[in-house]
Design a protein around this ligand. Structure first.
Ligand SMILES: *Cc1c(COP(=O)(O)O)cnc(C)c1O
Length: 386
């Protein structure tokens, strides 16, 4: 059987794949079985932060694999502790729990918020408010958190204890808080899957202040926005807030599975022995990979992310067939006159890989994509939009 037939015969039918098999790559260029090259503006949905087969990242993994690939959380391993220290020093957060994905990082934050609220405010304080049009993951609990009905209908009953409030409407949030005891508010500063929509900073600040006044925890889902993607290490920094819990994943491991939940001073002591755990969480190879990524997300790289994002915006805004550009840094949504899927297919034929998010073409290139490569791809995208 050829690969496509094999995959369709044996892989659960959850994914609609493009008819392309990528076999190799370097940086932001990937190659398919026919030897055709593509500029990758998707980076595995914001995962390969420094592109494909990055040398520094590879070496960090090879070095760690030669020492120890896994030891369980019954013992100490260096990369895990060192990565936690780096995350805390860079953010001012105080503790880290490692898992393997975005959904798990959010689950951990949700569990922490529930325990915290039960201890501080009583057993009837467990409801977590999330925003309409949000995306928080595919497990039953993170699906319940996700404020999009289309993901819910086939999987009832979902975990109870979530309420969805409209984004950018502080009065609606206050009204819900007045009638329901809230443990937490959870939000993405830039809604990713929802269509690359940055929240209104004034709303985020007002919501954060209201949470603080009322003992409601603030959870930032930085699974997609985190790790340099928006031009700061975490997007919340640009919104002038200090969350009590931060969940991240996607780009953190640079292509190896790794999730992290960060605890601020307010929540640092909430978990004790046995409250949470993960067999693979904090895997030394994934953590060594993440150390090599995080160490290079410095001020210069972040400034480059912002500048490259601005260049893309300038080039696309007002171009024929482009209705608008949304997003922050190198997390961009392009509203097109043609259907987004059609634009993505046309780009692929011309050697450029893009994503979609709702009705938009979504761009999440590697953070270190060279400017000339990026702008060559944007020219292809522009031609496809016209
Ligand atoms: C991708 C994503 C998730 C889910 O991450 P997985 O690693 O697929 O579990 C959660 N929240 C946001 C904001 C995401 O973009």
């Amino acid at each position: 059987m050829d690969l496509k037939a094999l995959d369709q015969a044996y892989i659960a039918g959850t994914y609609k794949r493009f008819p392309v098999e990528i076999v190799a790559g370097k940086g932001s260029i990937v190659t398919d079985t026919d030897g055709k090259q593509y500029i990758d503006l998707g980076s595995g949905i914001g995962v390969t932060a420094f592109g494909i087969a990055d040398d520094v990242w590879q070496q960090a993994i090879i070095d760690q694999i030669g020492k120890v690939q896994h030891m369980s959380n019954l013992y100490y391993t260096a990369p895990c502790a060192q990565l936690a220290e780096m995350l805390c020093k860079r953010t001012g957060m105080q503790k880290v729990f490692f898992s393997n994905s975005g959904a798990e990082a959010n689950e951990c934050a949700i569990k922490a918020a529930r325990k915290y609220a039960a201890e501080q405010h009583g057993a009837d304080c467990f409801t977590i408010a999330t925003l309409q049009n949000s995306f928080h993951g595919r497990t039953l609990t993170t699906l319940a958190a996700t404020g999009q009905e289309q993901f819910h209908k086939l999987f009832q009953p979902l975990t109870p204890g979530f309420v969805h409030v409209p984004a950018n409407d502080i009065d609606a949030f206050k009204a819900v808080a007045a009638e329901t005891k809230l443990a937490a508010l959870m939000l993405e500063c830039v809604q990713g899957e929802g269509g690359v929509l940055p929240l209104d900073p004034a709303y985020v600040q007002a919501a954060a202040a209201f949470c603080k006044e009322n003992g409601i925890l603030l959870i930032a889902d930085e699974v997609q926005t985190g790790n340099g993607r928006t031009g700061t290490l975490y997007a919340y920094e640009q919104f002038g807030i200090q969350p009590d819990l931060v969940a991240t994943a996607k780009g953190l491991g640079g292509g190896l599975p790794l999730g992290a939940t960060l605890f601020a001073e307010s929540t640092a002591q909430v978990f004790g022995p046995g409250d949470h755990g993960s067999t693979f969480g904090g895997n030394p190879v994934s953590c060594a990979a993440a150390l090599s990524i995080l160490a290079r997300i410095d001020e210069k790289l972040l400034a480059d992310v912002k500048r490259k994002g601005d260049m893309v915006r300038e080039s696309l805004e007002g171009a024929p067939g482009v209705k608008g550009v949304s997003g922050l840094g190198l997390m961009l949504g392009v509203e097109t006159e043609k259907p987004a899927a059609e634009v993505v297919t046309a780009c692929m034929a011309q050697g450029v890989l893009c994503l979609t998010a709702k009705q938009k073409v979504r761009l999440l290139p590697a953070l270190n994509i060279p400017e000339d490569v990026l702008m060559r791809a944007i020219d292809v995208l522009k031609a496809a939009c016209a």
